[in-house]
Design a protein around this ligand. Structure first.
Ligand SMILES: Nc1ncnc2c1ncn2[C@@H]1O[C@H](COP(=O)(O)OP(=O)(O)OP(=O)(O)O)[C@@H](O)[C@H]1O
Ligand SMILES: [Mg+2]
Length: 282
């Protein structure tokens, strides 16, 4: 079932001449995992702002075309209600952290308190998510005195703790090391397994290739490619438009130039290894 439908959407921020989103059409289905990639300033965060209703309810400016969320025009949706249906992890973790809570525990609990969740349930949920995100040792710390990476994990935890049906997550691992990144991806994958809709902006393309059902590539405010992950990431020409492609796709491209051809473009390491094994044994 369609969750969010965009039909020829163009959006221009207040006082700006150039639109940040241009003629965007795409359908996001319930329960799928979408990866969004593309060059800096390509419009990824702006698209997230639209999906979450911050455009047009918080960011004014000019919005044309149709954005339908759960069957309702985004211009008419109740933004407070939407905020309980779609969790949003902001690109900048400083934006997410309230600045009013004394401990990381309280910070993660805010959203649950606002939703009116019973106290014992809040405690259980916070402890559970803290364990998952590996911040148990920080629960009593001051949220304003965390490092960038810790802050990012707390911001992520505070949104994920609210058991919503859909999540829009904007670059949650930019400050994290490979281990921290893998942990976040595992949790996002788990959300998908639970049937939740996930829309994730990320630069870690090898991980997206492994987990995302569909990929969108943004360039100068447009979606220049969108569809099943394998199809989208097999297109080497996207490199010229500032999109990062998986290592295995680049390797395949180099092999092709030496007249070595695999069965199909491998977008994940597992697929690449499988194809090489078959080739070697034949
Ligand atoms: N609040 C704003 N007001 C005016 N212009 C904005 C605003 N936010 C973003 N823009 C502009 O809109 C365009 C798209 O920006 P956006 O932040 O959506 O790109 P992005 O793909 O998320 O980039 P990045 O990879 O750096 O996060 C850019 O030209 C940017 O300068
Ligand atoms: Mg951004």
């Amino acid at each position: 079932m369609a969750f969010i439908e965009l039909k020829d959407v163009t959006y221009t921020y207040p006082l700006m001449k150039e639109p940040a989103l241009k003629n965007i059409s795409y359908t996001f289905e319930k329960g799928k995992f979408y990866g969004i990639i593309g060059e800096n300033a390509g419009g990824k965060t702006t698209l997230c702002n639209l999906l979450r209703g911050l455009i047009p309810h918080f960011y004014k400016g000019k919005l044309r075309g149709e954005t339908i969320v759960n069957g309702e025009d985004i211009k008419k949706v109740n933004i407070d209600l939407l905020s309980t249906q779609i969790g949003y992890v902001f690109q900048n973790p400083f934006t997410q952290i309230s600045g009013v809570k004394k401990s990381v525990f309280e910070e993660i609990a805010i959203g649950l308190e606002n939703l009116g969740v019973p106290k014992q349930e809040i405690i259980d949920k916070v402890l559970n998510i803290a364990k998952l995100v590996n911040i148990e040792h920080l629960l009593q710390n001051d949220p304003n005195a965390l490092s960038g990476g810790q802050r990012q994990r707390v911001a992520f935890a505070s949104v994920i703790a609210m058991d919503m049906d859909a999540f829009v997550i904007d670059e949650p691992t930019s400050q994290l090391d490979p281990e921290g990144t893998a942990g976040i991806f595992e949790i996002i994958h788990m959300l998908k397994e639970q049937g939740k809709t996930v829309i994730l902006v990320e630069h870690k393309i090898d991980l997206l290739a492994q987990y995302a059902d569909e990929m969108l590539v943004m360039h100068k405010g447009e979606i220049i490619a969108g569809g099943p992950t394998k199809e989208v990431l097999s297109d080497i020409s996207l490199m010229e438009k500032g999109a990062m492609l998986p290592h295995t796709v680049l390797l395949n491209h180099e092999l092709n130039q030496k007249n070595i051809y695999l069965d199909h473009v491998p977008v994940t390491k597992d697929d690449c290894i499988r194809q090489l094994r078959t080739r070697m044994s034949s």
